[in-house]
Design a protein. Structure first.
Length: 314
């Protein structure tokens, strides 16, 4: 007995995926770059970085490495040419919507700094409290995992398919301090976002917050990894066009008036003479209306002789 293979229409059908953190990548970085679409874009043909988006002063750099395991590399520096103060990397499985939560916060911080001519919160020192970085997750009911190694803190999602690892055993500012993850272990199934030690706490919290958001994301069926498909909820996207009521045209108004008149006549029968009088009145009223249904100007109905006679020059 042969097994029927799914058709292309089925595989490329759009579905709503929940939870979002298990949706994987859709192969494009549009969602991650959308919050900074107004920033300078640099398309690089040579080298692993295919697209680099920078803040206008180039202190914030967002790189897209289309063929690498580390798909996104984001960094911020005190000066355009100085070494990064902090970095964040997202691997090829990470949903772009998670990256967007960070780029949205960066765009907000930069706009705020530009308005007040300051350094901006994107260069702020991190909080000394590790709980501040993951507060959106703990507020959403993600419990602390009791089996974490000494010197680390681990928060796990209620379904066990996502979490965050905080490493407090740091010696250098570029050490990996916070790792957000989701999905089963494996090259094609485990999403990871890694932040270095000096990453501002509010930026990590902004990124973590979207992982606790119950809103689904759109994917095509073939983009869901087969080892993750049984862990997510898929709902087919059905096209729906809202019917916006249009304004009635003059013809619609006239048709409604006729319909109402017929209904009144049915309720109150009239004689043949009455109907002839009503018809004559209706023709008289219609002749006094212009095509738009509004009363015609009296002068327009009977132009004066002087107006129709061309003037002659002497």
């Amino acid at each position: 007995m042969s097994v029927q293979q799914p058709t292309d229409n089925y595989l490329y059908q759009e579905v709503l995926v929940s939870p979002m953190y298990l949706a994987g990548s859709n192969g494009a970085g549009d969602a991650g770059f959308a919050p900074v679409a107004h920033w300078p874009h640099h398309y690089l043909d040579d080298g692993p970085c295919q697209l680099l988006v920078t803040s206008p002063d180039q202190r914030i750099r967002i790189g897209w490495f289309g063929d690498d395991f580390e798909l996104w590399k984001i960094a911020a520096s005190e000066e355009a040419v100085s070494s990064p103060r902090w970095t964040a990397t997202f691997n090829h499985v990470t949903p772009a919507e998670i990256v967007a939560s960070l780029t949205t916060a960066l765009a907000h911080d930069y706009a705020e700094a530009d308005a007040y001519e300051g350094n901006g919160r994107f260069l702020a020192s991190p909080s000394y409290r590790w709980a501040d970085a993951v507060q959106p997750l703990t507020d959403a009911g993600w419990p602390r995992h009791g089996g974490a190694e000494l010197g680390t803190v681990e928060i796990i999602a209620p379904d066990g398919q996502a979490g965050v690892l905080i490493d407090n055993r740091l010696s250098r500012h570029d050490d990996e301090a916070v790792t957000l993850w989701s999905g089963p272990p494996g090259w094609g199934t485990r999403a990871e976002a890694i932040f270095s030690a000096r990453t501002p706490t509010h930026l990590i919290a902004a990124t973590a917050a979207v992982m606790a958001d119950p809103a689904p994301v759109v994917r095509e069926r073939h983009q869901i990894h087969r080892e993750v498909a049984h862990l997510v909820s898929l709902t087919a996207v059905t096209p729906s066009t809202p019917q916006v009521p249009r304004a009635p045209t003059p013809l619609d108004v006239r048709r409604t008036a006729v319909t109402q008149a017929v209904q009144r006549a049915a309720r109150f029968p009239r004689t043949a003479a009455d109907l002839r009088v009503m018809a004559a009145r209706s023709r008289t009223s219609a002749s006094a209306l212009n095509p738009s249904g509004s009363p015609a100007p009296a002068l327009a109905a009977r132009p004066s002789a002087s107006a129709s006679t061309p003037r002659r020059s002497r």
